[in-house]
Design a protein. Structure first.
Length: 323
């Protein structure tokens, strides 16, 4: 039965009762029917991370399992197998693979079939349909264009695939770590946006050409408007997708425009402006510890922040504070 824990620990469900397992997965992800080869082998485990906009968890059944589900309608669902073998089917396409070879992307408007081996456990990410499609529109520089038609499976052996698994694992770990970014809404928003961007850039779909094509020339005035916005609002929750939407261009066009205008990526420019604000607050004796001041400007990892600060100002933030 569910084992709820305080703070940011994962919510853990552990049962050998198939009906309880079915009910919990239906409540968490989507309604479905589930069958196991031998119910005596069932050792179901589901661990959920508290995430504001996405549902992210780890799941295993401990038995050879077949899942049949109707269309999910309101969400996309991505499986990232870590161990075991899988067979999946949707829209007349059927794929079989072992962990590490491929991940799975289920789209909202078609039934699904999943078979897992007894030793399989996987990361699962449930993404609300409207949220992911709006994020895709920001990245491509277009208005939302309806359902994203992902290929059923995508490779995990390449650099982007491995990076996607690493990001999902990092987000899960941080959301379940006491005192982690799960306690900082702005940081959660940024990491969720980063995961959605990686998904869209890694999973083949009909929008992949727009995401990966060589960017067309972007009017420099548009880039300068975005630069001005960052200068005047560095404390806002800003992602690359947000900035691209503001400029009315794709994320790649925004990157190219920033390289031309300021000689760096929009993320690097935003980080520099925020570091400058931290520097000014430390010099001015602003209230709070160095860590608290850094967090106010979007720096949530003290070690990484200290390294970036030293690279920009030639000294540690603690040295500036003492001055």
């Amino acid at each position: 039965m569910p084992d709820t824990q305080d703070g940011q620990a994962p919510l853990t469900f552990h049962t050998d009762d198939l009906d309880i397992a079915r009910e919990q997965v239906s409540r968490t992800f989507a309604s479905h029917d589930v069958h196991v080869a031998n119910s005596r082998d069932l050792n179901f485990r589901l661990e959920l991370a508290p995430s504001p906009r996405l549902t992210i968890g780890r799941m295993s059944y401990g038995a050879d399992t077949t899942i049949l589900g109707p269309p999910m309608r309101l969400c996309y669902h991505v499986n990232l197998p870590v161990t075991g073998r899988s067979t999946v089917e949707q829209n007349g396409v059927r794929r079989s693979f072992v962990a590490g070879e491929a991940g799975v992307a289920f789209v909202p408007q078609a039934p699904v079939m999943v078979q897992w081996s007894a030793d399989s456990w996987q990361y699962h990410v449930k993404l609300p349909k409207d949220l992911l499609e709006a994020h895709a529109a920001k990245l491509t520089g277009h208005t939302a264009g309806g359902e994203i038609r992902f290929d059923l499976t995508f490779g995990l052996g390449s650099g982007p695939g491995q990076a996607l698994v690493a990001t999902a694992g990092f987000l899960y770990a941080e959301l379940t770590r006491p005192g982690g970014i799960g306690t900082i809404p702005a940081a959660c928003h940024e990491l969720e946006s980063a995961l959605m961007t990686q998904l869209l850039m890694t999973l083949p779909s009909q929008i992949s050409p727009a995401l990966h094509s060589k960017p067309a020339h972007t009017r420099l005035s548009k880039i300068r408007e975005v630069v001005d916005y960052i200068d005047n609002h560095p404390g806002d929750e800003i992602t690359t997708a947000d900035l691209a939407a503001m400029a009315g261009v794709s994320a790649r066009a925004l990157q190219a425009g920033f390289q031309e205008v300021v000689g760096m990526s929009p993320t690097a420019y935003l980080r520099g402006v925020r570091l400058d604000r931290v520097h000014l607050e430390l010099l001015g004796g602003a209230p709070g510890t160095v860590t608290e001041i850094a967090a106010r400007w979007g720096f949530f990892h003290p070690g990484r922040f200290a390294r970036q600060y030293r690279e920009r100002f030639g000294q540690l933030p603690s040295d500036t504070a003492r001055r």
